[in-house]
Write a protein that binds this ligand. Structure first.
Ligand SMILES: NC(=O)c1ccc[n+]([C@@H]2O[C@H](COP(=O)([O-])OP(=O)(O)OC[C@H]3O[C@@H](n4cnc5c(N)ncnc54)[C@H](OP(=O)(O)O)[C@@H]3O)[C@@H](O)[C@H]2O)c1
Length: 162
């Protein structure tokens, strides 16, 4: 399993089980070998086509959580945004299809069973959630600022004490 990340996260990816790490800071994604059976993009939409290109012929599929659905509505409006989204989806489906692979966009929804499983894994130490800042809702600006500056660790908003 290959993980793609920037230099500061190379060790973390190895600790989390990656057998190979592709450091995107030093190695362009366009240089990846075309050898993957399946891929998941949860990094950046602008890398989508390069990553589809790394699937091997006869690959199983490609899934993306960073699809441009909402960004297209924001930048183009409802009608043109829907048209742009349709064209983005068709283009990527065709690229993956040319390798024989299925292609899909992921939309998360809260699910009790999945959240319980995550909580269990956290308790068991099999997962970690690095927290960069935890502030009450009244200080949300600080959390958004930290996320915007892409500083390490999650930004958590805590419910105010009653
Ligand atoms: N589809 C859905 O329903 C859904 C739901 C939740 C989140 N999302 C999306 O899923 C993505 C991941 O969520 P997250 O909470 O894990 O986001 P995050 O904390 O911002 O993590 C994104 C990671 O992607 C990597 N990355 C790769 N290319 C990047 C680039 N060009 N610019 C910035 N970072 C890049 C970075 O790690 P390295 O620097 O190590 O590469 C970064 O730590 C986000 O884009 C989010 O919007 C989608």
């Amino acid at each position: 399993m290959t993980a793609i990340c920037s230099t500061p996260n190379v060790d973390t990816c190895r600790e989390l089980g990656a057998t190979t790490v592709w450091d995107r800071t030093h190695q362009p994604l366009s240089g990846m070998p075309q050898r993957y059976d399946a891929a998941l993009n949860f990094g950046a939409w602008q890398d989508e086509e390069k990553l589809i290109g790394a699937l091997k012929q006869g690959a199983l599929g490609f899934a993306s959580t960073v699809h441009p659905l909402l960004a297209n509505f924001d930048s183009c409006g409802w009608l043109a945004g829907a048209w742009q989204t349709r064209s983005d989806l068709r283009r990527c489906k065709a690229l993956a299809g040319a390798k024989g692979a299925r292609y899909g966009w992921v939309v998360f929804k809260p699910e009790d069973e999945a959240l319980d499983a995550l909580q269990r894994l956290l308790r068991e130490g099999a997962l970690a959630l690095p927290v960069g800042i935890a502030v009450p809702l009244s200080a949300a600006g600080q959390a958004f600022d930290r996320a915007a500056r892409q500083l390490p660790g999650r930004a958590l908003l805590l419910p105010s004490a009653a």
